[in-house]
Design a protein around this ligand. Structure first.
Ligand SMILES: *Cc1c(COP(=O)(O)O)cnc(C)c1O
Length: 400
């Protein structure tokens, strides 16, 4: 006979928690509210001085020359693809193990996403798979630092150099992560960050691109404001001080000043947030490393992850139920587990574009076994214990 506290809630037992714990969420405090209110009471609520300050703060933090803020990370990815010159027929090699926005940005500029399979240990794009996908039409590589673990920059840089490709890094998960001791944000031609509430810091909606390349920088600035320039030296013709010229089809992708103020305030806490994320991840590692029915996230020795996500993989041979059942059982304990990510090309839209299932078998297999556990800096000690308790309880109950 099982004791009542060992029976999962989904089987009629008592849930570990009464209140639902989400997988991620923002952490805002009085200093954030104050920063936003100051801007609301000032002269500029959009495209004022806070934008420049925020951009300088992020550029300095990651060690890049330039940063350009955007309305969201997806707009930033779009701008990066535009600035890299991606156009009709150009192929961009990317990972299927990401949020759809990564590949969508390639489609926005009429390029063709080409999916290369992942490394089953890090879930990051596999450099050998990148090489196998290169053709005469390949123009760029768009890797993603999955869960905050940086991609293999040495290899990606080597491949990019050999084939003269632009590297746009989707670093939406990786603000504050390091590779060989160097912060993510200066290692690629352009690095793209997101400030959605679950990301390392938040501005509500928001994104930024960091780069060391002045040409990209100028293009990004102009793309963000309709393709307009006010610089007389750059205009084909200049009538007077009121004059501006639209030179290509850009967008209104600007961030507001009060969002930038929130970003500045959040940047002050980024290292503390990430420290907390690392602590929680190592608590999980210690609690789960001897559970045979799961694989915990593997970390390479030359990187430090920003731990956006803690993704475990189930070992089907060790369990008598499938991933769906484990997922539902953890939800029933009020643990907000999630799944990151369904391979992009398996979505209906991509299937209709003609992408076949099976093109990245490792990503498809990993996807079927993955579960994301709650991980965010504002988690309390009790929250952490509840996750550990629930995972042990559910996996024990369904162990083979
Ligand atoms: C969040 C995210 C994006 C999109 O960022 P938004 O700010 O939500 O537009 C892009 N790529 C990845 C990998 C993300 O996680």
């Amino acid at each position: 006979m099982k004791k009542i506290e060992e029976i999962p809630a989904i089987e009629g037992g008592k849930p570990v928690r009464d209140r639902y714990l989400p997988y991620g969420r923002q952490w805002l405090d009085e200093s954030d509210r104050k920063a936003v209110l100051e801007i609301l009471d000032g002269d500029y609520i959009t495209t004022g001085p806070a934008i420049t300050q925020f951009e300088e703060k992020v550029a300095t933090y990651v060690g890049a020359k330039y940063a350009v803020a955007f309305a969201n990370g997806t707009a930033a990815l779009h701008a990066a693809c535009f600035s890299a010159g991606i156009g009709k027929g150009d192929e961009v090699i990317t990972t299927p193990m990401t949020f759809v926005a990564t590949a969508n940005a390639i489609l926005y500029t009429r390029g063709t996403p080409v999916f290369a399979d992942i490394d089953p240990n890090t879930y990051n794009i596999n450099p050998d798979a990148i090489e196998s996908r290169i053709t005469e039409r390949t123009k760029a590589i768009l890797p993603v630092d999955f869960a905050g673990q940086p991609v293999n920059h040495e290899e990606i840089k080597r491949i990019a150099k050999m084939h003269q490709l632009v590297v746009i890094e989707d670093a939406a998960h990786a603000l504050g992560a390091t590779y060989n001791g160097v912060k993510i944000g200066s290692l690629s031609d352009m690095s793209v960050f997101s400030f959605h509430p679950v990301k390392p810091i938040t501005t509500g909606e928001g994104g930024i691109i960091t780069t060391n390349n002045e040409t990209y920088y100028e293009k990004l600035i102009q793309f963000r404001t309709h393709g307009i320039t006010r610089n007389p030296q750059r205009c084909s013709y200049f009538e007077g001080p009121w004059y501006y010229e639209m030179q290509f089809l850009g967008f209104n992708y600007r961030m507001t000043d009060f969002q930038a103020a929130l970003g500045i305030s959040q940047m002050n806490k980024l290292d503390r947030f990430n420290e907390r994320r690392r602590k929680i991840a190592s608590r999980y590692d210690a609690a789960f490393q001897n559970i045979k029915s799961i694989v915990i996230p593997q970390q390479l020795s030359n990187i430090e992850s920003s731990w956006h996500l803690y993704v475990i993989r189930l070992v089907p041979e060790r369990l008598c139920v499938d991933r769906k059942k484990i997922y539902e059982a953890l939800q029933a304990e009020n643990i907000g587990v999630n799944v990151h990510y369904r391979p992009v090309y398996t979505h209906l839209y991509y299937q209709q574009l003609g992408y076949q299932k099976g093109i990245c078998p490792i990503a498809e297999k990993c996807y079927e076994q993955m579960i994301t556990l709650p991980l965010f800096p504002a988690m309390t000690e009790q929250d952490i214990q509840d996750v550990i308790h629930s995972v042990r309880k559910v996996l024990n109950y369904y162990a083979k």
